[in-house]
Unconditional design. Sequence first.
Length: 218
Amino acid sequence: MTKSVYEFWLTQGKEKLRLPVLPEQLDVSNNLANESVKVSKFGEVTFINEPGAKTISFSSHFPKKYSPLAEYKGFLSPENAILKIEKWMKAKKPVQFLVTGTKINFTCSIENFSHREGEKDIGDRDFDLTLKEYQTASPRKIKQKKKTKKKRPSKPAPKMYTVKKGDTLWYIAGRFYGNSQEWRKIWNANKQAMIKRSKRNIKQPGHWIFPGQKLKIP
């Protein structure tokens, strides 16, 4: 019997397992489409890039003895082959699934592995294996804007008013504030300068102002 040019390999780290008997059918599915490939008619396998991880499933058997169905000699016993796969599952690490001569070379998690007494020869073990494409997720870094201290709005510089002949604080307050009774604002802003100019402003606050005198209007 002519041997296939395709080899089915499962590896985890340095440990490898080549399937001695090729499955009759390999099922590959994703979220949007299913595709079945007959192994005996394998050509170049092209998978359409669709969202979601691919799921790969197939069935075969581990033979107890070499026969024309086997692809090579010196394969593991069914018991040791099963133990190896179960060991990989317990390790909770992905395996690499490779089919030579095709584009099938996926990092996968073992989703399901079941086995039973073989239907062909005594000592054989039939098995079903389901693999799922393993995709690592890297956390996305979100750039945070640096908080900038809000500047407090600066107080506007007070206006300056040059006193004219006949002016009074009462008149100037009415002009700038629309309310003559606000004259004490101008007095408080200019008190020291006004007292310095005339100490009579101590007894009569804001009464003594002079033409040409500059007053702050807050």
